[in-house]
Design a protein around this ligand. Structure first.
Ligand SMILES: [Zn+2]
Length: 99
């Protein structure tokens, strides 16, 4: 498990901020101390997507007897539970200044 700190000032990011950021489709995470933006690395994005989607599909298959709606709810719950651990897995890098 890795702690996420700002690459610029060492400020520690909160788990809740990272979690929110992931559900916002990896919007750059801004350090609330120095305002530097951090982006999830491409490798992490792919890894996390697979980590969430594959078990969701497997669960969808396991409960094939369910009708579509409960199945989707179940798959979302599975995806959500997995995403709780994602903040410990993802890696961030500093986003280059676009100015
Ligand atoms: Zn910072």
């Amino acid at each position: 498990m890795n702690q996420h700190t700002c690459k610029e000032c060492g400020n520690q990011f909160k788990w809740s901020n990272i979690f929110k950021n992931i559900w916002e489709a990896y919007k750059p995470l801004k350090c609330n101390h120095c305002d530097k933006k951090h982006k999830v690395t491409n490798k992490s994005q792919i890894f996390v997507s697979l980590l969430i989607i594959v078990p969701m599909l497997i669960f969808g298959e396991l409960f094939y007897a369910l009708s579509l709606f409960p199945k989707i709810i179940l798959m979302l719950i599975v995806g959500f539970c997995i995403s709780l651990f994602v903040p410990f897995i993802v890696r961030y890098r500093l986003e280059p200044n676009k100015s």
